[in-house]
Design a binder for this molecule. Sequence first.
Ligand SMILES: Nc1ncnc2c1ncn2[C@@H]1O[C@H](COP(=O)(O)OP(=O)(O)OP(=O)(O)O)[C@@H](O)[C@H]1O
Ligand SMILES: [Mg+2]
Length: 248
Amino acid sequence: MVERVQTGIPGLDEIIGGGFPRNSNILVSGGPGAGKTIFALQYIYGGAALYSEPGVFITLEEPASNILWNLQNFGWDYNSVADAMKIFRVRVASPQKFRANWINEVENIINLVTKIEATRVAIDSLTALVKYLGAVPLVGGETRGIWAYDPSEVDFYLYYLLDKLKELGVTTVLTSAAPDERLRFSTFGVEEFIADGVIRLYFIPPHRAIFIRKMRGTRHSNRVHPLAITEKGLQVYAHDEILWEALK
Ligand SMILES: Nc1ncnc2c1ncn2[C@@H]1O[C@H](COP(=O)(O)OP(=O)(O)OP(=O)(O)O)[C@@H](O)[C@H]1O
Ligand SMILES: [Mg+2]
């Protein structure tokens, strides 16, 4: 039996065989405002508050103060779980410094994960991480801040972190910005292949929906389910269905 990690999102575990496979990487993909950050935060907060599973929320996108807004917005009491939930802000001074500093930053992350014995990590977002890890100056453009994306070393730098998290038994959620096309899951087109699971969130007004694209080792729902953002956070309707055509 594959051990399951309960997600903390009501209704979701039911459509993925009880939860994420323990020690997996799960990509949570969607357009702007689809609920990716809330998903990642609810996973970490739920771990700490409901399941005695400490977690680290790594943010590249938003400052810690924005994360606190989200927590307050849903009435999630950060102070009561502060020992079991840490917010780690990865600073981005410049793309060039980012890559040079990444190995150090990974040490800091791993130290924190080890210190609080975290079994959950969320990275918001993988898209930003891949972008900065792949940033190279265009010849002559460096001083003017003109950068290109070079994928050649991104895998190495990315797996430098992801492999260590796997070794530590962590189950990781990675958020991914995707265009509003139903079957696109990422910006760079590589992010979905590093993941053991891919979950797509949609916000096509007035519908919010969730679809499990893949989940290794799991018999998951093949249907598109309604999703809501309520005053308590995300809620999946496991017994209801949204037609694929409604997502155009
Ligand atoms: N209390 C609430 N009730 C209902 N909807 C809410 C509530 N709080 C936030 N939302 C919705 O959640 C959206 C923000 O979700 P979130 O930050 O998770 O999106 P995201 O997918 O991370 O977007 P981005 O790509 O911009 O990072 C808001 O735009 C709003 O539509
Ligand atoms: Mg976000």
